[in-house]
Design a protein around this ligand. Sequence first.
Ligand SMILES: Nc1ncnc2c1ncn2[C@@H]1O[C@H](COP(=O)(O)OP(=O)(O)OP(=O)(O)O)[C@@H](O)[C@H]1O
Length: 309
Amino acid sequence: MTAVVETEGLTKFYGKRRGLEDLDLEIRPGEVFGYLGPNGAGKTTTIRLLLDVIRPTRGRMSVLGMDPRDPAVRGRIGYLPGELALEGREKAIDYLDFLGRARGGVPRDRITALAERLDADLSVHMGKLSKGNKQKVGLIQAFMHEPEFLILDEPTGGLDPLVQQEFLAMVREVRAGGRTVLMSSHVLAEVEHVSDRVGIVRSGRLVAVEDVAALREKAVRRVELHFDAPVPREAFEDLPGVRDLRVEGAAVRCTIDGRPDALVKAAARFTVVHLVSAEPDLEEIFLTYYSENEEQEGRHARTGVQEPA
Ligand SMILES: Nc1ncnc2c1ncn2[C@@H]1O[C@H](COP(=O)(O)OP(=O)(O)OP(=O)(O)O)[C@@H](O)[C@H]1O
């Protein structure tokens, strides 16, 4: 199947300032791709390149199998910009109706259904929308024509937790329908529960692309087992993936690196009365990437070695 996004050596310099360098990225049909990075990392630059709002310094890319310069691509994409410029005296609903007509006709009840889900007030004049309502109007216009590919730049900013949950449900529905989503964020927690894969961009470079399920499987998690009677330490020693083992009377505490299968089978020989397993902390893993990178940069700075330009 053709990739929804494919870039090769995609690079953008703003004068001498690096916005993005040598991006090789593939986004597959039907996936939710989380694009993560701190402020100034290059997320918005990537998105603007894909939408042909800005042009690359070098490199190549295709979006939905087409050149982003082809005007036919734009209509197949839903886009939520990071900074929305919504102004004027028009009511939000009239603005959305207008956009809907421009996109070949979006039924009014689809707009109002989205507004209800997000608890958006569309009777307000555009210039008077609160930050949260502005974001909701932005989301409605991105979703309403049911595009094949949704590009959402920092979509959850300004939304309260309940609305965020509803938004995430909308993203899952898009995926269930076989459509594709690229969403950027500087917080992993915002995207990890909906993303199939995440890419981390830092200082204009893509430093990692990870499968979220695989990451979760690889992640270290703490486990605590309580039995109805004391258990022998030998029963839990040297099990694959079990580390930091502590056996204290009827309690076993350890960390699991990978699958918990061996531990579960060992425990099944006794009577388990209580089991606690903490959700793996993906943020921790990601912070490791960041800090490794920072260390490298620090080393470069100390030795005077520069990254290749
Ligand atoms: N129009 C521009 N002119 C000059 N430099 C720019 C311009 N737009 C972006 N940059 C620079 O390019 C780099 C990447 O910026 P970009 O906006 O893509 O980051 P980002 O990851 O989207 O961050 P944020 O979360 O703050 O939007 C930054 O160093 C930024 O200062």
